[in-house]
Design a protein around this ligand. Structure first.
Ligand SMILES: [Zn+2]
Length: 377
């Protein structure tokens, strides 16, 4: 190779490959599915595409864990990961899958509802691509994704996103937000297809209670709240009282009738289910947070939010203690148990009885890792 220009070009090319290789490896690693270890209560694992085959082979297809009791009763759906930047919902789903045993009725858990959003992180936010939960046998790794559907799977965004059922207009980027796409429709954008698959699941499995788990930053009005469709109000109010007795305070909010595309509105309007959305606290995806680190995901300790809270700019008081992940998963876990209890008391023929689950206090004292199983080799 006599030409010095070619030689220089090849060296530069090789240096470029060397420089981009770690980023490319991390990018591809994000496509690897998280390992979830089905516990003794899981009786079937299906895919969302079993309910709507238009999802087959797409980035939006996701596992549906079915846990059936020996005795008949009601059916409850738990959705985690509607927003993959809100980890308490995913972890709550996993804790149910790995520990719960249904004695009466059925539990259906979709831990990563917008599976596509787990395969990339939010551009420009500097989010970590995963976080670890410590256990006595080592760490369990979970992906931290983006709020919306991965643009690889749905692109480009329209300038204006119109919710097809209501004509409500939102910013174009909201077309990738699963919680603006309900009840969805077949054959269009992936996010709407995922929403359609979930609505089909609710109808085909005759789900009595459908719960969508989220986390909100301390400055948003829905933090530490349950947002409920009007038909589910009595049931949720009963559950809120049960939670109060357990030392968990949660606000009850009515689902606004004119805010469309959200799970607590559309599932309740388009199916017979009791539709409920539950929020815990996480500063990570709020507009004010400090460095976006794994520690922030796990502790919610954030000096910027403490400052904002001290000058009265948050809905929920945010202190230097933060809100550890075990408290957030504990709140979700206890809320689900309280809703199952409320349904069992109010409609005994649709009872749902779940054993094997940690209480709120168990999770706070022992941490989430105590309730995760070792990964089989
Ligand atoms: Zn959310």
């Amino acid at each position: 190779m006599k030409n010095p220009v070619v030689k220089r070009a090849i060296i530069l090319l090789l240096l470029g490959v060397l420089y981009t290789l770690p980023a490319a490896t991390a990018f591809v690693r994000q496509w690897e599915a998280d390992v979830i270890v089905p516990g003794p209560g899981v009786t079937k694992i299906r895919m969302l595409s079993d309910y709507y085959d238009g999802l087959k082979g797409t980035g939006g297809d996701t596992e549906v864990y079915i846990m059936e009791g020996k005795e008949p009763g009601g059916t409850m759906l738990i959705l985690g990961g509607t927003h993959p930047v809100e980890p308490a919902g995913v972890l709550t789903g996993v804790v149910y899958i790995e520990n719960g045993v249904v004695e009466k009725g059925r539990l259906i858990v979709v831990p990563q509802a917008n599976r596509s959003g787990f395969s990339a992180t939010e551009p420009g936010q500097g989010y970590p691509d995963h976080f670890n939960i410590k256990t006595e046998f080592g760490a369990r790794r979970f992906r931290f994704g983006m709020r919306n559907t991965n643009p690889i799977h749905q692109w480009p965004d329209p300038d204006v996103y119109t919710h097809y059922l209501s004509g409500q207009k939102l910013a174009g980027a909201e077309s990738g937000n699963l919680n603006r796409a309900h009840p969805g429709r077949p054959g269009v954008r992936l996010t709407e297809k995922i929403a359609y698959g979930i609505a089909e699941l609710i109808k085909k499995e005759k789900v009595d209670i459908s719960i969508d788990l989220h986390e909100a930053p301390p400055c948003r009005p829905l933090v530490n709240a349950m947002c409920v469709h009007e038909r589910a109000m009595d049931l949720a109010a009963y559950a809120v009282m049960l939670l109060e007795m357990e030392g968990v305070t949660i606000r009850l909010e009515a689902s606004p009738k004119n805010l469309r595309g959200l799970s607590h509105r559309e599932w309740g309007d388009s199916t017979d289910t009791y539709a409920i959305l539950i929020e815990s606290t996480s500063p990570m995806h709020g507009p004010l947070h400090g460095p976006a680190t794994e520690e922030l995901i796990l502790t919610a300790k954030d000096d910027v939010y403490v400052w904002a809270s001290n000058i009265g700019r948050t809905v929920q008081k945010h202190t230097a203690e933060g809100v550890p992940i075990e408290v957030r998963v504990g709140r979700h876990t206890a809320s689900i148990m309280a809703l199952a209890q409320a349904l069992s008391d109010l409609k005994p023929d649709r009872a749902i009885v779940i054993s094997g689950m940690p209480t709120y206090q168990d999770l706070v004292q022992n941490g989430v890792g105590r309730y995760l199983k070792p990964i089989p080799q």
